[in-house]
Design a protein around this ligand. Sequence first.
Ligand code: NAD
Length: 283
Amino acid sequence: MAQIIDGRKVSDKVREAVREEAARFVAKHGYKPKLAVVLAGEDPASQIYVRNKEKGCAEVGMDSEVRRLPATIRQEELTAKVRELNADKSVHGILVQIPLPEGLSEQAVLGEIDPRKDVDGLHPLNMGKLLKGDDSGFVPCTPQGVIELILSTGIDISGKEAAVIGRSNIVGKPTALLLMQRHATVTICHSRTKDLGTVLRRSEIVVSAVGSARLVTGEMVKPGAVVIDVGTNRVAGKLVGDVDFDSVKEAAGYITPVPGGVGPMTIAFLLKNTLRAAQLLAP
Ligand code: NAD
């Protein structure tokens, strides 16, 4: 029977450290670190995420502002907004909420963010630094949270067989890179992977970031494995992950719940990245 990893508890520790460090920053510089979020369109899930980010900033003594833009905004206008925030000295972190409304290019807008303010770590320069193992850049928040949750179990990542399911730029790829940096042997699985079960059954660490309920079941998991469930899915009005919690908890050594696992970690690391941006930009 697996031990449940309490993401709220682990994230509280990260947030508490950010709160203390932010207070020292304010005492030294006389202003608060500030996150600016660009929200285009009316996507209901994005509205909730953005509200949580604002709340998170306030709780650790940091400022935030949300630029709400209509779904009909043109690419050039969106670029202009980002450039405005790049030039604004009171803003230290910039996050463009994804997904963007149809017709807008994510890649184009992410490339416009000043890499020094890119707290989501999605600018090509920051992605390149992560690939090279140069830790002067910004790393996406959810993957940092995943690593922190694995470390909270006390296991040593070095030398472990790890499987990451999903190959997105925001979760799958950076998570695989961070695990490799910590010397795991990593297999990246995706929609064309032929036999997921065979890969998972040999993996001591499993991170699932797909968005498909009950993708990972108990018989696919190596006994004692650490299973981190990034996925979020709505099933009959209920929020569930990718992992079939009831069967997997019988086999795994450690498992994260959904909700209350990875979700709280993402915001905690966004706050940490924003504080770091303010520190690096400070005179
Ligand atoms: P995405 O849609 O960009 O990527 C999904 C990945 O899953 C793709 O790389 C695809 O190849 C892979 N995939 C699809 N079907 C598969 C299958 N049957 N077997 C194996 N792989 C398959 O999504 P994303 O942005 O990476 O997010 C993934 C999930 O994580 C979503 O459910 C999202 O809501 C959730 N998420 C949660 C948090 C959080 O803080 N809790 C943060 C980010 C994303």
